[in-house]
Write a protein that binds this ligand. Structure first.
Ligand code: SF4
Ligand code: SF4
Ligand code: SF4
Length: 272
């Protein structure tokens, strides 16, 4: 049973969040929402411990489809960055603001970019494409993410400044159109750069939050230098080009690690 502790710890952490929000926000939805996400992640960790090779993909589908279809399309919650600005401007700590606080702003200080590896519904689709391991070197065009980030802020701010009516409806359509654009750009870039995660590396505006916060992550892949024989297999399979054998926080592309564990699985020395 001892080896299943990480799975139980994950469940307990999410249950604490679920119960705390249920009590403070007096809303049963939070209990259901965070319990479901916690159960999905805990199940994925359990599968990973059992060495099931698609464990991460199972969690990604369980959480990603739930958020995209149930929360986004059925409950009309815009959980994209525009939804975050919308709730922030209305001064309500609900839905997208809670989601961002937990998964994308404060959470990454504990679990890094776990969101990107196990829950994001954009990457959930992109990870089905054929370039799991990047086939071309990294490009220096990461500045595009700041333009997309600013554009999303300006778009929502303009709606408020122009006092546009029925912004909630606009947010729903922004969610639909935004997702279609993300998927289209993500697929085109993946094929153009022969890299499934090109969208994550250069375009995604959420990385403006994720990258600096995950710098401080408690959970990170470390290399046991005593065991490592510098074979380089870990770096070859990394979808995010992380210099994983460097243990410093400043390692190359360190804030890009999505905790996918491909390097850990591939290391012949169990050094990671
Ligand atoms: S970088 Fe953006 S698109 Fe990629 S997995 Fe993370 S949140 Fe999703
Ligand atoms: S392969 Fe390793 S270093 Fe690269 S993203 Fe996955 S967990 Fe992080
Ligand atoms: S795969 Fe393992 S042994 Fe090889 S370089 Fe990476 S950490 Fe070292």
């Amino acid at each position: 049973m001892k080896k299943y502790w990480p799975s139980i710890v994950m469940l307990v952490i999410f249950e604490i969040v679920a119960v705390t929000l249920r009590l403070t926000k007096d809303n049963l939805f939070y209990l259901f929402n965070f319990s479901y996400i916690g159960l999905s992640i805990s199940f994925g960790v359990f599968l990973f411990i059992r060495k099931y090779k698609h464990a991460r993909r199972v969690v990604q589908l369980l959480v990603g489809l739930y958020m995209l279809i149930y929360l986004g399309l059925i409950c009309n919650e815009n959980m994209q960055i525009e939804g975050f600005w919308y709730y922030l401007f209305t001064g309500v700590f609900e839905a997208a603001t809670i989601h961002y606080a937990v998964a994308k702003i404060f959470g990454p200080m504990i679990f890094g970019r776990g969101w990107c590896g196990y829950a994001c519904w954009t990457a959930m689709v992109l990870d089905f494409l054929p370039y799991k391991i990047p086939k071309t070197p990294r490009k220096k065009i990461g500045w595009i993410r700041y333009i997309v980030f600013a554009a999303s802020l300006v778009f929502v701010a303009a709606l408020f400044l122009a006092k546009v009516g029925n912004i909630e409806r606009i947010m729903f359509w922004a969610f639909i159109v935004g997702n279609i654009i993300y998927y289209a750009v993500g697929v085109i870039l993946a094929f153009a750069f022969k890299d499934n995660r090109a969208f994550c590396k250069y375009i995604c505006p959420i990385t403006v939050f994720l990258k600096p916060m995950s710098y401080f992550s408690l959970l990170r892949i470390k290399c046991d230098k005593e065991k490592c024989v510098s074979c380089g297999k870990c770096k070859k399979v990394c979808p995010m080009n992380v210099d994983v054998t460097d243990n410093s926080r400043k390692r190359q592309n360190g804030t890009e690690c999505i905790l996918c564990m491909e390097c850990v699985k591939r290391c012949p020395q169990n050094a990671l």
